[in-house]
Design a protein around this ligand. Structure first.
Ligand code: ADP
Ligand code: AMP
Length: 215
């Protein structure tokens, strides 16, 4: 299955992608995670990307497109993948189409997670991530058993630098201006399915699975 998860920051793309990854045994490809890894490693690309990420803007298309193109050629993507946070602009979606053509593959589905703005802000301000294994939590909606500690590996839970209210507002504005047009882009390509992302995490997952299994 070759799937794109579309939706604003905080919609639940990462949360759902991790569940689908286990269910279908295909990798989650999160450009946000890959960029954060490059920032942590202090690579030249990471240093350049950090400026855009800290400001709540998008990293330039050519940088992100290059990362994804290389990642899709890796062996574990042969039987499918879940793109999470990519594409985020029409130019990225066009570039993805070119990559698919080069690989002789086709995109199966795009799932758009629909969530109200107020809920997004609440989700992003309460998001916590394990600094060791990357597992995501929410202080209210998906808390760890022990505050500040990962249930899976015991690592420390941290708040992302860009999950501060001011940066969140900027990221939501960037989403509306640059990413939301992809909803009609993929509707026109007849691959879009909308899911109510306001439902609790397990119900969103059930809806997604039933749609994917029916299609
Ligand atoms: P995205 O990858 O789209 O930015 P995440 O998957 O990281 O979003 O989710 C953002 C935050 O919201 C996380 O703290 C997560 O635990 C929480 N969350 C995800 N889905 C839901 C949901 N359906 N209801 C409530 N909280 C959710
Ligand atoms: P995310 O983890 O998906 O919320 O992404 C965090 C940040 O990484 C974004 O706010 C952008 O600065 C950057 N980023 C992630 N994916 C992309 C992308 N496809 N295009 C441009 N920038 C991206």
């Amino acid at each position: 299955m070759k799937l794109v998860l579309l939706g604003p920051p905080g919609a639940g793309k990462g949360t759902q992608a991790k569940m689908l990854m286990e269910k279908f045994a295909i990798p989650q490809i999160s450009t946000g995670d890959m960029l954060r890894a490059a920032v942590k490693d202090g690579t030249p690309m990471g240093r350049k990307a950090k400026e855009y990420m800290d400001a709540g803007g998008l990293v330039p298309d050519e940088v992100v497109v290059g990362i994804v193109r290389d990642r899709l050629l890796e062996a574990d993507c042969a039987s499918g993948f879940i793109l999470d946070g990519f594409p985020r602009t029409v130019a990225q979606a066009d570039a993805l189409q070119v990559s698919f053509q080069e690989m002789g593959k086709e995109l199966d589905r795009v799932i758009s997670l629909e969530v109200d703005t107020d809920a997004l802000v609440e989700r992003l301000t309460g998001r916590r991530t394990c600094s060791e294994c990357g597992r995501g939590y929410h202080v209210t909606f998906d808390p760890s058993l022990q505050p500040g500690t990962c249930d899976a590996c015991g690592g420390a839970l941290i708040q992302r630098d860009d999950d501060k209210e001011e940066t969140i507002r900027k990221r939501l504005q960037v989403y509306t201006e640059q990413t939301a047009p992809l909803i009609s882009y993929y509707q026109d390509a007849d691959v879009l399915m909308k899911v109510d992302g306001m439902l609790p995490i397990t119900q969103v997952q059930e809806k997604m699975l039933s749609l994917l299994q029916a299609s």
